[in-house]
Design a protein around this ligand. Structure first.
Ligand code: SF4
Length: 685
């Protein structure tokens, strides 16, 4: 017995699932993972994890794991060696570059991967092909947050730490469901509410936090701007603005104020459907608090006016002076473990590593000198534009690192057609996903427990990920794969080591300047990281990154999806996720969590169900002008009449068959939260 204790090793690393970034202590014996616990000293999660982080790790050794590169010959996958796969890829990418130019190549990077891997991926595409056709899955989640907060504050990241919940006097949550999506943060919010801090929830659904909330503003999906404008109006009307803060720290107040004063409250109320007195009471609660924190999630961003909603939340924080001190701020709840990091590292077509605009002359020169290569100064294609370019024959080759776009991107048939139109598709993956099925080459990657590097959580905390076990035989880390192919194609790159790449990042990303592998201690460090590894807990303390914070006023506009299709498809479908599963479920469906929740269900209000003759457990058909999907119904008052809700964790019930290509006007983030559909019972056969 004592021998077996001695043989057990504990390694500290970071959870792969959500943007909370919980620290984990992983117990292993040899290459077997025995258990996961939370370290008691972790500033992020204080001995706590959710059931994904603690129990959902069995996918790592699952028999479905890819263990050999696969090359498609004559329509069929054939197992290959790494050498054969690299040769085949290098030959095809070189040919496409010569025949069609570097702009015919694109890359999709991954918020699942480390900072070092994301950094290398964007470098591979930019340096290797002289194009900025590089994007990542932030496109389909928080790209409006980055855009909107950059416009308002100059930095597209959380202004404060989650720990600030300890000091706040009011919590506002718009379009986020933390107890399911960010469970450890959700628990902290509950704890604060139970100690008397008022909670305001703006959400079309009765999420788990609603019984804890003092105010629930249950708006019609797609009307965030209308509701938040009214919220700001009542703050102004009650005289609860922070005039000193506005005067000293902000610009464009007059235009914003004028916009609010011209609001038509009757029209606003009709639009969002929440009685104005409820909005007024919540607004006064927020603005009267000594310090108030505003959290938001994908219920804000995944709309045609997602960026505008983010800017309106920023307006509300600035008009009340809730910026730049403990217990206040604007905190996007980042979905994936490293979605912050993927953007920080430059996996977006308009900004390179460190958020420098690629089409700015000085930045372009800086990047060319740093990389010693010819770089493009033209903004590249975003993911939806890559699909269109593939269909138009302009994008010939695509490299996807750790993303299942067929299951997660909207309008599945459109995505499939685009992938089919490509000449050459490379996919790095853990499993044979619906996206990998389309690939010409599939490369077996290592999971988070098999590699080292850093993840940056939703509060800008850069944390060390430490390999717990070696890569399972036949697989390689994503960073190793990208480095190998760079070297194979003659793109200068030193041999892959995570600390070596981190050192390179620190030389080009200004806010990583002081980061080294050694000084990122067990607790991680929040960027900007200054010399000596000194982090920054609160942003915009004395001034905003952009100088003055900028107010923007936006008048509500109806979603294009509703305008175009709601007459024919009278229900509004909105989508989200549940505690037990993670996004497309590639990992969690291969763990014990798959026995707890086995399928996606459609929530429908009892009145609608009665009209349609639907009972709980009935199979229903949901259809839009893009496609259809069948799933079981769950009759529930969590949604209002006319609204439907489901999740997207199971490929068997692929809800993205019905979602649309409508997207945020500024960033092309898809409008997953407002989908015009109809529903009917599937007759028993
Ligand atoms: Fe992992 Fe998020 Fe759960 Fe923490 S809250 S254990 S980071 S999934």
């Amino acid at each position: 017995f004592s021998k077996s204790i001695e043989a057990t090793r504990k390694t500290r690393t970071v959870c792969t699932y959500c943007g909370v970034g919980c620290n984990l202590n992983v117990a292993t014996k040899g290459s077997e993972v025995l258990s996961i616990q939370a370290p008691t000293d972790s500033e992020v999660n204080h001995s706590h994890t959710c059931l994904k982080g603690r129990y959902a790790f069995k996918f790592v050794k699952h028999p479905d794991r890819l263990r050999k590169p696969l090359i498609r010959y004559n329509g069929h996958f054939t197992e290959a060696t790494w050498e054969e796969a690299y040769d085949y890829i290098a030959k095809n990418l070189q040919r496409i570059k010569e025949e069609h130019g570097g702009n015919a190549v694109g890359g999709i990077s991954s918020a699942r991967c480390t900072n070092e891997e994301n950094y290398l991926m964007q470098k591979f595409i930019r340096v290797g092909f002289g194009t900025n056709n590089i994007d990542a899955c932030a496109r389909v989640c928080h790209s409006p947050t980055a855009w909107g907060m950059q416009k308002a504050f100059g930095t597209g990241a959380a202004t404060n730490s989650i720990e600030d919940l300890e000091y706040t006097n009011c919590i506002l949550i718009t379009g986020a469901n933390p107890t399911e999506g960010h469970p450890v943060t959700g628990s902290k919010i509950k704890q604060r509410v139970m100690k008397g801090v008022p909670l305001i929830v703006i959400d079309p659904r009765e999420i788990e936090l609603v019984p804890y909330a003092k105010h629930h503003l249950q708006l019609r999906p797609g009307t965030n701007v209308a509701l938040l404008d009214m919220f700001a109006y009542y703050i102004l009307e009650a005289g609860l603005i922070d005039q000193d803060f506005i005067k000293k720290r902000c610009e464009n107040w007059e235009e914003f104020e004028q916009g609010l004063r011209n609001l038509n409250l009757d029209e606003s109320e009709r639009t969002h459907g929440v009685p104005r007195e409820k909005v007024r009471a919540a607004a006064i609660e927020y603005a009267s608090a000594k310090g108030a924190m505003a959290f938001h999630g994908l219920g804000v961003t995944e709309h045609s006016h997602g960026s505008k909603t983010v800017m309106t939340i920023a307006d509300i924080a600035m008009m009340t002076g809730n910026i730049g001190r403990p217990g206040v701020g604007v905190l996007p709840l980042r979905g994936q473990n490293n979605v912050q990091g993927a953007a920080d590292m430059g996996c977006q077509p308009h900004q390179g590593a460190g958020y420098l605009q690629v089409n700015d002359e000085a930045n372009h020169k800086l990047y060319e000198e740093f990389y010693g290569a010819h770089m493009s100064n033209e903004i590249g294609w975003k993911i939806p534009q890559m699909y269109d370019a593939a269909l138009a024959g302009k994008l010939k080759a695509l490299w996807i690192m750790g993303e299942d776009v067929v299951q997660t991107d909207p309008n599945t048939e459109h995505v499939k057609s685009a992938l089919n139109a490509l000449e050459f598709l490379v996919v790095q993956e853990l499993f044979m996903t619906p996206t990998a099925e389309f690939a010409d080459v599939v490369l077996p990657a290592a999971s988070f427990l098999e590699k080292s590097g850093t993840f940056t959580n939703g509060e800008r905390r850069v944390q060390r990920v430490n390999a717990v076990i070696p890569p399972i035989p036949g697989t390689k880390s994503d960073g190793q794969i990208v480095c190998d192919i760079m070297q194979r194609m003659g793109i200068p790159q030193a041999d892959y080591t995570p600390d070596g790449v981190l050192a390179e990042i620190a030389r080009i990303v200004p806010f990583f300047k002081g980061a080294t592998w050694e000084n990122l201690t067990d607790q991680g460090t929040q960027w900007p990281i200054k010399e000596g590894g000194i982090g920054t807990e609160i942003l915009h303390v004395d001034s905003f990154k952009r100088g003055l914070g900028k107010f923007h006023f936006f008048r509500f506009q109806e979603s294009k999806e509703i305008e175009k299709h709601h007459d024919e498809f009278p229900f509004i479908l909105t989508t989200g996720r549940i505690l037990e599963h993670y996004n497309c479920g590639t990992m969690t469906r291969r763990t014990g969590n798959a026995q707890i929740v086995t399928e996606d269900l459609l929530a429908i209000h009892p009145d609608d169900a009665a009209k349609k003759g639907i009972e709980s457990g009935d199979m229903v058909r949901i259809f839009s002008n893009r496609g259809e999907v069948n799933m079981k119904a769950k009759i529930s008052t969590e949604v209002k009449p006319g609204i439907l809700y489901t999740t997207f964790h199971f490929p068997e019930n692929l809800v993205n068959m019905v979602t649309s290509s409508e997207c945020d006007e500024d960033t092309m983030c898809p409008e997953y939260k407002v989908v015009a559909v109809d529903v009917e019972k599937v007759p028993a056969s």
